[in-house]
Ligand binder design. Structure first.
Ligand code: FAD
Ligand code: SIN
Length: 530
């Protein structure tokens, strides 16, 4: 029996939860999420959320900083709308109980991050994401008409199509991980808020959920996917042989942290006048270049000149994490390397949250709205996600009015095939490491035509193998994610190959210049046989 609802929300980060709260004013909502409810990129956000809340700041300055980082590809009308609505969303977060850190005078304690010309990042120490996630979850759980399904992973969207231009989303097939069965969820409106895809790379700041499921599902269903070549590498992820990668917030550099080589020499002045606070693409490439020159495994971030009580109060999360690995950041330099952090591309999404598939909306990291262009400005992601959740909720509500009362379309249930072949799976499961390695080595911070071509041919073969396995075996969570990682890898590579220039986060040594005549436009990929 299908589970039926008015609004199906896939993902429980800031995008999905804030949308769910808003559409619950008019109908029944189901939120599905693939792990426990709080597990999301949102939960790990450190630096904070950028918004113009200080009298020293202006909307125009935030807009210009965003456009500057975006390197010619932001959509100005989107940037303006999101930034000007920023204070409204800060109020909403305060109203659900997010207690942003304040200074002694009771004013917001604003942080500074790369590419920002002002201090404008609201934060809760360095636990901002966790506070936002928990506050939104509390609000969602207080609503009687929102049902939350944990350990439910969406496998594919259910669509009805008469042509490539005329596709309608009806719901999704969802694997109940505990019960090991696929359920059919039918809904009048569907929101994809599944977050990013950092796990397509060997080194990433992203948690395990970030396997690009939403983009991959939407692509298979016929959605237009845009700007996937723009993968943001965060310059400072903790380098430690025994630790999973862990972010060292840009706010640490905002408070005066200096990047140094092993011999103690600073180097950022050789790359940009803003030094450590240049935009992320610049800092990540500078570190990459220094590591290639020196052959070292990491560079270092030094904040030992700051007051140790200040460090412990401002960055308790980073301080404690490093201490568990034997690094006292009040006295020792922090070893850091760049790591895949944020997907600027995604499902092509319009200013009202719609996609080219009817009744399918998207918001947050899964979407490409035009806010970030070729490079996202720090701390603009939480802002974009909450803003587009609102825009999408508004247009979803009016779309819902039209759909309300109609019968749900008849949909065949998922057909489970065969028995799971464990031996076959062992072979296929190695593909994940191979994809992550080749994405890191060939499709990373610095690219070339030859490396991209090589990555493309290998990923094509791997994806074919995975699709075959997927078609012949009962669905398992690991296979769903592997299939999606491979699809994401292919989309990034195809988009990177097509962009014959260097811009923002996409740097190709064979086309090192920005080419505004040929390439001041988005890349768009749509599946041929959808
Ligand atoms: P997420 O918060 O990632 O939520 C996605 C949800 O979808 C999760 O619940 C996940 O389990 C679920 N999901 C995924 N696939 C499926 C599926 N197939 N089926 C069911 N559920 C699924 N941005 C800032 O603006 N400021 C910061 O300070 C900041 N710091 C960051 C620090 C770290 C370590 C990281 C990783 C990111 C940071 N970012 C920051 C980026 C920002 O956190 C994310 O872009 C943002 O939180 C994305 O929100 P979202 O709702 O789109 O997705
Ligand atoms: C950070 O704290 O450095 C992450 C901020 C972001 O990704 O916007």
């Amino acid at each position: 029996m299908a589970i039926k609802t008015d609004f199906l929300v896939i993902g429980s980060g800031i995008g999905g939860l804030s949308y769910a709260l808003k559409v619950s004013e008019v109908g029944e909502v189901v939120v599905v999420t693939k792990k426990e409810d709080s597990e999301s990129n949102t939960n790990y956000a450190q630096g904070g959320i950028a918004s113009v809340v200080s009298s020293d700041d202006t909307f125009e300055a935030h807009i210009q900083d965003t456009l500057g980082a975006g390197d010619g590809l932001c959509k100005p009308e989107v940037v303006e709308k999101v930034i000007k609505s920023g204070p409204k969303y800060i109020k909403e977060l305060l109203s659900v109980g997010v207690n942003f850190t304040r200074d002694r005078r009771g004013e917001f304690d604003l942080g500074r991050e790369g590419g920002h010309t002002r201090k404008r990042v609201l934060h809760v120490q360095d636990f901002t994401g966790r506070e936002i996630e928990n506050a939104l979850l509390r609000a969602v759980k207080s609503k009687g008409n929102i049902r939350l399904y944990e350990n439910h992973i969406a496998v594919d969207l259910i669509t009805e199509k008469s042509s490539k231009k005329d596709i309608k989303c009806l719901g999704a097939f969802i694997l109940d991980i505990d019960e090991n069965k696929i359920d059919t969820f039918l809904s009048r409106i569907i929101l994809l808020a599944t977050g990013g895809a950092g796990r397509a790379y060997r080194h990433t700041t992203n948690p395990r959920i970030a396997t690009g499921d939403g983009v991959a599902m939407a692509y298979r269903a016929g959605a237009k996917i845009s700007n996937m070549e723009f993968i943001q590498f965060h310059p400072t992820s903790l380098y430690h042989p025994q630790g999973e990668s862990f972010l060292i917030s840009e706010a640490v550099r905002g408070e005066g942290g200096k990047l140094k080589l092993r011999n103690g020499k600073a180097f950022m002045h050789n790359y940009h006048p803003l030094k450590e606070l240049a935009a992320r693409d610049v800092v990540a490439r500078a570190i990459d270049s220094e590591l290639k020159k020196s052959g070292d495994a990491c560079v270092f971030l030094d904040i030992t000149h700051l007051n140790s009580d200040f460090i412990r109060t401002r960055f308790p999360n980073i301080y404690n994490k490093c201490l568990t690995l034997g690094i006292d950041i009040t006295r020792e330099w922090i070893p850091v390397v760049p790591a895949a952090h944020y997907m600027c591309g995604g499902i092509l999404t319009h200013l009202n949250g719609t996609t080219n598939i009817k009744n399918l909306f998207a918001c947050g990291e899964v979407s490409m709205t035009g806010m970030h262009g070729a490079n996202r400005l720090a701390s603009n992601s939480l802002l974009e996600a909450i803003a587009f959740a609102d825009f999408a909720a508004k247009s979803s509500k009016s779309e819902f009015k039209k759909e309300k009362g109609k019968r749900y379309s008849g949909v065949k249930n998922w057909e489970t095939k065969g028995r799971f072949h464990k031996k076959e799976w062992v072979i296929i499961s190695h593909d994940k490491k191979e994809i992550q390695n080749l994405m890191w080595d060939y499709v990373g911070i610095v690219r070339s035509d030859r490396r991209l071509k090589r990555a493309a041919s290998r990923v094509k073969i791997i994806l074919k193998e995975i699709e075959e396995f997927f078609g012949l075996n009962p669905v398992k969570e690991e296979v769903v994610e592997l299939r999606n990682i491979a699809t994401i890898a292919e989309l990034i590579i195809l988009s990177a190959i097509s962009r014959k220039e260097s811009r923002g986060l996409h740097y190709n040594v064979d086309h090192p210049e920005r080419d505004d005549k040929g390439w001041k436009r988005d890349t768009i990929v749509q599946k041929e046989d959808c």
